[in-house]
Design a protein. Sequence first.
Length: 265
Amino acid sequence: MCGRFSLTATSEEVQELFGLEEIEEFPPRYNIAPTQPILIVAGDIRREEGDNRTDRRALLARWGFLPGWVKDPADFPLLINARSETAAEKASFRAAMRHRRVLIAASGFYEWQRSPKGSKQKSVPYWVKPRQGGIVAFAGLMETYMSADGAEMDTAAVLTVGPNREVAPIHDRMPVVIAPEDFSRWLDCLNQEPRHVADLMVPAPDDYFEAVRVSDLVNKVANSGPEVQEAAADDAPAEVEPARPTKRVAKAKAADTPPDQLKLF
């Protein structure tokens, strides 16, 4: 899965990679969490014949997908990820897979290696980033949700797939990565049906990523500086936490999505 990620590239770097005409400046973000705004790229601008301008646009979306048929978001699970193998058939994602595929700009993502079953040790966090640096484009799905009062909110989810060699020891899922040469095909929802882009939803090549063990600072959303990506000391003792009742966190609450959350960029 993908439960946290980062985008520390400059707006100019994002604009160049995705071929955007314009983009608003934004600060580096080191610890992006569910329900927060994320930067996505859609290819849905309709141009007149002969107009050579790009059809891509950058926009902000809430990280937490809401299908249009949901009546009350508070009573709906928080969908931050979608399994690429089944998204085209699932009621929640089927329409978006056909009509609203997007790219999600990132510098890398965090994953937690779970401790053995029955162990009281904390899960170990890793910062997973492109070995060569730069920006990575996750495959994503977008839906514009309209509430009962007519207010609209763009929402998105990250598509996931089985792990490559570097991620496999940590977790059994990872984000789908779309290479720059495949951006146009992935975003072309007019001509490319889900079956036409199924070959793109595969694990990133081995050696594309490197995983760096980091401290548990990343566990807290309030920790949002570059220190969350610093390598943990190899001799740091494993911390043990007391057993606690399992809490359900599937549903988004109103407090998770403050009215001004899309102003963070």
